[in-house]
Structures are given as structure tokens and as C-alpha cells.
Design a protein around this ligand. Structure first.
Ligand SMILES: C[S@@+](CC[C@H](N)C(=O)[O-])C[C@H]1O[C@@H](n2cnc3c(N)ncnc32)[C@H](O)[C@@H]1O
Length: 192
């Protein structure tokens, strides 16, 4: 993983269920076990202008990858790029929901979701383009995923696709930008 500092954290001890952690000596489930990373990167206007963050996202991508809010930075993966902004380098310049629900896409092995994080950021940095209901997009994504596909979501929370859509969390990263900035969170999930 190159320069990326990896902190592999086991919350509790092995209990026979890969996705459940238990405090040693007790039967209380305290959370789920997964890979955990902590990175520090100065903030940039475009997420993947932060080299360590770009590298860790690339490291979790497998096979054909849909980069749904692709922005400006080309990834070192086999990607299909979409961005609503016609000035961004992309294969499609469509609204994310329109694209994923079009029925014209192949099935993907990975999907990167790096939408504008909130309306304020969308207004300030992306000419007012905002994705609307992110939930609507998430609901369609399982239909364009191969079994075992990974979805990598960046933002200010680790909700991701969740169990309710048939996904299991396998990794989380916290990206600290120092100064007066919110951390960025990355969650990686696998379709069960
Ligand atoms: C957080 S940036 C992604 C940056 C990208 N990961 C990079 O590092 O270059 C969000 C991107 O989503 C695009 N976007 C905003 N609304 C969109 C929509 N409804 N559908 C598709 N793309 C959208 C913006 O133009 C912007 O480039």
C-alpha cells in the first residue's frame, strides 16, 4: 500500500463470525471487524488530488470500475468515468441517477462514489451542481453490480450501501486534513 499507513484494528477477538467482534472475556458484541486506515493529507479541491487517498481508493478497486462522480483526476484503474460537468475528462457527462438507471451500462466489479458532500460544497465548488437524492442512486446500484462487487464511498459518514442493500463493510479509512477542516471518511463494502 506504498506510503499509506495501515492500521489494522481488530475490535475484540475472533469469535467465529468474521463480521462480529466481541470484547475478550465477555459475550457482548461491540462492532464489526474490518481493515482500518488513518491517513493525513492536506485538503485539495478535487479529492483524488490527494495522492495517498487516491492510492488507497485504487488499492480497493477490482476489475471494471464505474467512477460515477469522476471529477478531474484520472485513476490508475480500469475505469468508466462519469461527471455531469462537461469540462471534466469523462466517458459520460450525465446526471448520476440518469446514468445508473438508464439500462445502458454493463455490470461493474467496483463503483466509486465521491459526490459533492453537501449542498454548500456543491454551490461553492461545483457551480451549484448537486446530486439530489443520493439515496435514489444507491437504490439502483445493486442492479449494475456483479456479485462480490465493491462500492467505495467517500464523504462525511460511513453509512455507505449498508446491509439493507446487501452489502458488507470490509474497510474504513479516516483522512485527516489538519487545520480547521472536517476529516474525510472512506468506506469499502462488498456485495454479498
Ligand atoms: C467531490 S467531486 C469528485 C472529485 C473527483 N473524485 C476527483 O478527485 O477529481 C464531485 C464531482 O461530482 C460532479 N457532480 C455533481 N453533481 C453531479 C451529478 N448529479 N451527476 C454526476 N456528477 C455530478 C461534480 O461536477 C464534481 O466533479
Amino acid at each position: 500500500m506504498g506510503e499509506v499507513k495501515q492500521l489494522q484494528t481488530w475490535i475484540g477477538i475472533w469469535s467465529g463470525d468474521w463480521n462480529c467482534g466481541y470484547i475478550a472475556g465477555s459475550n457482548h458484541m461491540v462492532g464489526i471487524m474490518m481493515e482500518m486506515h488513518y491517513l493525513t493529507q492536506p485538503p485539495k479541491r478535487y479529492t483524488f488530488e490527494q495522492p495517498k487517498l487516491k492510492e488507497i481508493v485504487e488499492s480497493y478497486c477490482v476489475g471494471l470500475t464505474l467512477n460515477l462522480f469522476a471529477g478531474r483526476v484520472l485513476m490508475d484503474i480500469n475505469e468508466v468515468r462519469n461527471d455531469i460537468d462537461p469540462d471534466m475528462p469523462a466517458d459520460f457527462h450525465m446526471d448520476a441517477y440518469e446514468l445508473v438507471s438508464s439500462g445502458d451500462l454493463p455490470k461493474f466489479d467496483s463503483i466509486i462514489l465521491d459526490p459533492p458532500y453537501n449542498l454548500r460544497k456543491a454551490r461553492e465548488k461545483y457551480n451549484g451542481r448537486y446530486i439530489g437524492l443520493f439515496t435514489k442512486i444507491k437504490n439502483v446500484l445493486p442492479t449494475i453490480c456483479n456479485d462480490g462487487a465493491r462500492i467505495i464511498t467517500l464523504g462525511y459518514d460511513t453509512v455507505g450501501m449498508s446491509k439493507s442493500r446487501g452489502f458488507k463493510k470490509i474497510a474504513v479509512a479516516v483522512i485527516c486534513h489538519n487545520g480547521d477542516h472536517n476529516d474525510t471518511l472512506m468506506v469499502v463494502e462488498e456485495k454479498q
